[in-house]
Design a protein around this ligand. Sequence first.
Ligand SMILES: Cc1cc2nc3c(=O)[nH]c(=O)nc-3n(C[C@H](O)[C@H](O)[C@H](O)COP(=O)(O)OP(=O)(O)OC[C@H]3O[C@@H](n4cnc5c(N)ncnc54)[C@H](O)[C@@H]3O)c2cc1C
Length: 376
Amino acid sequence: MADVDLAVIGAGLSGCALVSALRRNHTFDSMVIFEAGRGPGGRCATRRRRDDALWRLDHGAPTLSFSGSPQGRLGALVGDLCDRGVLAPDAGPVFGLDGDGALCELPAHPLLCGPRWRGQPTMAAVAETLLADAGDAVFTCFGERISKLSWEDGRWLLPGGWRAHTLVLSGTLLAHPRSLAMLGWPDVPLRSAVAVGVDPGLDAALELIAVMTASVRWNLMLELPSVTGDPFSSNPFPRQIWLTAEARDHCGVERLVLHQQSGGRLGLVVHGLDDGAAIRPDTQPDLLVHHENRLLAVLPQLLVPWPALQAALPGARSLGVMRWGAAQPLDQALPRSLQWCPQARVGFCGDWIAGAGFGMAEGALQSALDLAETLQ
Ligand SMILES: Cc1cc2nc3c(=O)[nH]c(=O)nc-3n(C[C@H](O)[C@H](O)[C@H](O)COP(=O)(O)OP(=O)(O)OC[C@H]3O[C@@H](n4cnc5c(N)ncnc54)[C@H](O)[C@@H]3O)c2cc1C
C-alpha cells in the first residue's frame, strides 16, 4: 500500500495545472496522477513517430484559446509560462472557408474570439512543464486507464495499491454512463464507489454529468512533402482554416490545421466531425477506416485557395486517424458549486466545469486553479 494525500485521474492540462498549483501552495505533501495515455497532455498532446525522431504533430488542440485577456491567477500562470518560453502568442493566419471552397469571413466560434497561445515547441510541452513543476511531490502512473474505484473507510483505493485521502477526476469517463457502451464497462465506477445519499453534492454532480454531451472528433493526420519557393504570395501560409457552418455540414470537417516540421515538411491535421455512428470496441476499427477515407476524399476541395498545398497532396502520407473521445463539451457544464464534494472528498476539474473558457483550454486551466484554491 502506498498512501498519498491526493490521487488525480488524468494528466491533461487541468490535472497537471492542479498538481502544479497544489505544490506551489504547499497544500499536499504527496500526490499520484494516473493517465491512460503514454504521457501528459490529454487533448493538448503531441503525436510523435517511432520512425522519425524530429516529427512532432499537435493532433488535438493546436492552440490554447481564451475568451479574453487572462486575468488574476490565470493571467499570472499564462504570464509565467510565456516568460519561460513554454507559451508564445499564436499569431499564424486563420482563414474562413465557405461551402464553395472560397475564402470568407471567419465563422463565429468561441475558440476564435479571444487571444491564443501556442505550446513551445509543442502543445504537449504545456502539460509536461506543469507536471514537472509539481516535482517529486507527485508520482506518475502513465499507460494506466482506471476502470474501477473503491472508497473504504474514508480512503480512495486505486490500482497498484495506492490509497488516497482525496480523489480528483479531470475527465468524465469514470462518472458518465457513456463508458458502459463505449468501453464495455459494467457500471459507472464513481457511482458504484459511493452509495446514493452519502454525499448529496456528489449525487447532484453525477446526475448532471450523466446528461452531458461532447462532440467527438476524428482527426486525420498527414505528412506533406516540403513546399518550395514562395507559393503563398496570393494567400499567406495558413495556420488554421475554419469552415463555415454550411461547409462543415457539407464536408463533415470543422477545420484544417497546419504544423510546420523540420526540413520544410508539413504536418496537416483534418479535424473531422462525427456522424453519430455508435462507437463501441467492436465498431471502432471500421469507423477509423471510414473516417480516414472520407477525410482524404474531401481534402482536395478544401485546399483550392492554396494551390501549392493542393499540389502537395499526391505526395502526402497518411499517419492515420485519432479519435478524440472527450472532445469539446457542448452546452452543459458542471456548476462550480459542485466542483468539490466534501463528504466523499471527490473533486472535479477540466474544461467541462462552468465558467469563462468552458469547452476550451482556458476553462481547463481555470478550473484547476479554482479547485486548488478550494482545497487549500
Ligand atoms: C480536436 C480538438 C481540438 C481542440 N481545439 C482547441 C482549440 O483550438 N483551443 C482550445 O482552447 N481548446 C481546444 N480544444 C479543447 C482543449 O483541448 C481542452 O479544453 C483541454 O485540453 C482540456 O484539458 P482537460 O485537462 O480538461 O481534459 P483532457 O485533456 O481530456 O485530459 C483528461 C485526461 O484524463 C485522462 N483520463 C480520463 N479518464 C481516465 C481514466 N479512467 N484513467 C486514466 N486516465 C484517464 C485522459 O486520457 C486525458 O489525458 C480542442 C480539443 C480537441 C479534442
